[in-house]
Design a protein around this ligand. Structure first.
Ligand code: ZN
Ligand code: ZN
Length: 790
């Protein structure tokens, strides 16, 4: 979400406490200080640059009218590279004005060449709408910017295709609408000068791999029509933006990473909720199921959700406009509900000024929440995803981040919501019971130092490549020259499509054999989304992605929406719909699955004496088989009920390591403790992988065993949870020693006695976190690290 830095819309004035005062008050509440680190990010003066000589006076004047008197240095640098025809990615902080870097060359070109066109891609409709407002506000003659997405009325579409010269859309629309209908777009594509890809770091994993091929299809159509557009990408800061942008576009891309924009000071606190006394049990009525955050054993740390809800209530009570980011959709609703309750207890009615917000809401509900926060009817909002929010929400007084959001890019994106020009703001990262969060709040250098995490995608994934090639063939027959464009594995994928009867080979190329276009969902690796419908009214409450539906929407599951509790009556997988009724039982539900894994092939391995490290293909079978009902107040298990859901099969990529039984005995791990040692190491390793690659632990799965039938040795597997792999396991293999070193440190540094959710317990364990041995896990990892070359 970017706005030119000078044009940031800020919320109204609020003479609240200074961030330092606010933080002092917040941390003084409990007995133990929960703050592990405070980083003061000082205000920074911007480094302006002169307007590039090629920028026409009327464009400069238009920006000046919007309050941009001169570009910042990084904007001018990236803009000039792009204007000179180089593909460029500008990877700087939130609100650093990345949009000017592409608006400047794109609009200058549109003004200089009355025929030229620009295509802008955003990951969300909301962001495209914000950009449309920004470009339209420049009131440039003949540009006629327009959004073209699923909401665009049919009647307007033809006008846009014919007359707009700055079309804003998203990869899904490009994939489903523009490219298959390229004949109608030929005039636009023939004259295409720039392709702008905003927030390009969001294209990662399987979705990113799909988008990479959608962009190759776009390049192919442009080439057919005779245009070679320049790609300008905007990215959050990350490990290697040029390489990631290159992988995404398939083109050589130059990176501009030196941020020269001014920045308001931010006080950034790392916050670790206190350990609860061992015998106190769950102290608060937060439904654990609602988050997936707390699974099996008694709660050891105070829940990050509860902590965030309290912080939200406290900041709102201070009149501080606060946004709380919570990872799970249900978690956001729980935080809002608890903050509302706390505020109402203090001042009846004050709770109304807090709400929950998430992407699954219907469009009207989302707009209403955005409006209310902007106008101050709301002071506190708990949300799941920064990208769904409008640009007007930059400039909050405080941002609470409940749990590391999985990537540094998201963390900075979310923290970047805090602070309006000239004012200090507060950001707080509240650690969850999770090994990565624990590691980060005790290793601030991993947050505030140089980024190591890379945006990972794998365009060679055959499960992505084949359907994308089918789409390309539908759009125009594939030629041998096209195969090079689509990269490694394209020939094999085409041969498979021919064998499967989808393509026909002729002397001139490969032809799509069917009348209908191939059905390919860019985001659909988990299956189609499941609609949640209230049976009595037929009202659509929202949607849940197919991959999570077995866990969240099985019959009997308790499902939360806007703080209201529903119980699922029936999950209909054929129709993709779950029927629910409003009910607030005093239990929560926790789904369980069982997993089996077999090795298909080994791609690469390191033979390190008693230790082996492998990368290869595996088959994973998993099935949600039962769920537990637990008393919310006490965590007591009421019963376990069986479920009859189909197994899900997955061929994917895994990284795994083996150890010889002798090396474990030598390290003091008794044979009886080997399963618990490996299992604990597996959980923590999964938890720490997001430090190395942009994934979260829900993207990855694991399995450990004292003897695996394929390796015949004690083994820990970590696999990509997506068909064909998403690049995560590959990254883990490539950074194995750094990854497992961080894993070892996270376990060793956790203050708990025998393992807790902050180190070796996992919220998604199919075995109920049993067995687990924390000290032996450290021994296992020490053996691996001692033998593995750096
Ligand atoms: Zn622990
Ligand atoms: Zn487990």
């Amino acid at each position: 979400m970017e706005s030119s830095s000078a044009a940031t819309v800020s919320a109204g004035p609020s003479p609240g406490p200074t961030p330092a005062d606010l933080l002092r008050r917040l941390r003084a509440r409990g007995a133990a200080d929960p703050v592990t680190h405070v980083e003061r990010l000082p205000a920074r003066a911007g480094v302006p640059a002169p307007w590039p000589s090629w920028a026409p006076p009327e464009l400069r004047a238009a920006f000046a009218r919007r309050g941009v008197v001169a570009p910042w240095q990084h904007q001018a640098q990236a803009a000039t590279l792009a204007y000179e025809g180089e593909h460029v990615v500008v990877a700087t902080g939130t609100a650093s004005g990345k949009s000017l870097a592409y608006q400047l060359p794109a609009l200058a070109t549109l003004l200089a060449d009355p025929r030229a066109t620009v295509l802008y891609l955003a990951p969300t409709k909301a962001l495209a709408a914000d950009q449309l407002r920004a470009v339209a506000a420049l009131e440039l003659e003949g540009v006629r910017p327009a959004c073209y997405d699923g909401d665009t009325p049919r009647a307007e579409r033809e006008w846009i295709r014919r007359h707009s010269r700055f079309v804003l859309t998203n990869p899904d629309m490009l994939h489903h609408g523009v490219l298959p209908g390229h004949a109608q777009w030929s005039g636009f594509l023939r004259r295409l000068a720039y392709v702008v890809i905003d927030e390009c770091h969001t294209y990662r994993g399987v979705f990113g791999s799909h988008v990479a091929h959608v962009l190759r299809r776009l390049r192919r159509q442009c080439a057919r029509f005779g245009s070679t557009p320049v790609f300008v990408l905007a990215s959050a800061t990350s490990g290697d933006p040029a390489a990631a942008a290159g992988r995404l576009t398939g083109l050589p891309v130059t990176a501009v990473t030196e941020d020269a924009s001014p920045r308001g000071g931010v006080t950034f606190a790392l916050w670790e909720p206190p350990l609860l006394p061992p015998d106190s049990g769950p102290s608060t009525p937060v439904p654990p199921q609602s988050t997936g955050d707390h699974d099996d054993l008694q709660q050891v740390r105070r829940s990050a959700l509860r902590e965030t809800a309290d912080l939200l209530a406290d900041t709102v009570a201070e009149g501080v406009r606060t946004l709380a980011f919570v990872r799970s959709r249900k978690g956001a609703e729980v935080v809002a509900a608890n903050a509302r309750r706390a505020l109402d207890d203090a001042v009846p009615g004050l709770g109304d000024r807090v709400a929950a917000y998430r992407g699954g809401y219907l469009r009207e509900e989302r707009r209403e929440l955005e409006r209310a926060l902007l106008h101050g009817d709301l002071l506190g909002l708990a949300s799941t995803n920064a990208l769904e929010l409008g640009v007007d929400l930059v400039g909050l007084d405080a941002v609470l981040i409940c749990g590391y959001p999985g990537t540094r890019a998201s963390l900075w994106q979310q923290a970047g919501r805090a602070g309006r020009s000239g004012q200090e703001a507060l950001a707080v990262l509240v650690a969850r019971d999770d090994p990565l969060d624990t590691y980060l709040v005790h290793h601030p250098e991993a947050i505030f130092g140089a980024p190591v995490e890379a945006t990972v995608l794998d365009p060679a994934n055959p499960y992505v490549l084949a359907p994308q090639l089918a789409c390309a063939a539908f759009e125009a027959p594939l030629t041998p020259a096209d195969l090079a464009l689509f990269g490694d594995g394209a020939k094999e994928a085409v041969d498979q499509l021919v064998a499967a009867g989808a393509l026909r080979q002729r002397p001139t190329g490969w032809y799509w054999r069917h009348r209908e276009r191939p059905e390919v969902d860019l985001r659909g690796e988990g299956g189609a989304p499941v609609a949640v419908v209230e049976s009595s009214t037929g009202r659509l409450l929202g949607t849940v992605d197919g991959g999570s539906s077995h866990f969240l929407l099985h019959s009997g599951a308790v499902y939360l929406h806007q703080g209201v509790s529903y119980v699922v009556d029936d999950l209909d997988l054929v129709d993709g719909c779950a029927l629910v009724h409003a009910e607030e039982p005093d239990w929560s539900t926790h789904a369980r699955d069982v997993t089996d894994l077999s090795v298909v092939s080994v791609r690469s391995y390191v033979d390190a004496g008693p230790v082996g490290m492998f990368l290869g293909e595996v088959d994973v079978t998993s099935q949600v088989v039962s769920y537990q009902r637990r008393r919310i107040a006490t965590g007591e298990v009421i019963d376990t009920r069986p479920l009859d859901l189909p197994a899900r099969e997955l061929r994917t990529v895994a990284v795994w390591f083996t150890l010889s039984p002798q090396s474990l005995t030598l390290a003091g791990v008794q044979p009886a403790d080997v399963p618990g040692a490996l299992h604990a190491a597996e959980h923590a390793a999964i938890g720490l992988l997001p430090l190395m690659a942009t994934c979260d632990r829900w993207d990855i799965g694991g399995l450990s065993t004292a003897v695996h039938q394929d390796t015949e040795a004690p083994t820990v597997f970590v696999y990509d949870g997506h068909p064909g792999g998403a690049g995560f396991a590959e990254r883990a293999y490539g950074t194995a020693s750094a990854w497992l070193r961080a894993t070892r440190d996270a376990i060793a540094e956790c203050g708990c006695e025998s393992g807790c959710p902050s180190c070796v317990q996992s919220p998604k364990c199919g075995n109920g976190n049993n067995p687990l041995s924390k000290p032996d896990a450290i021994q296992v990892l020490d053996v691996v690290l001692a033998n593995l070359p750096e």
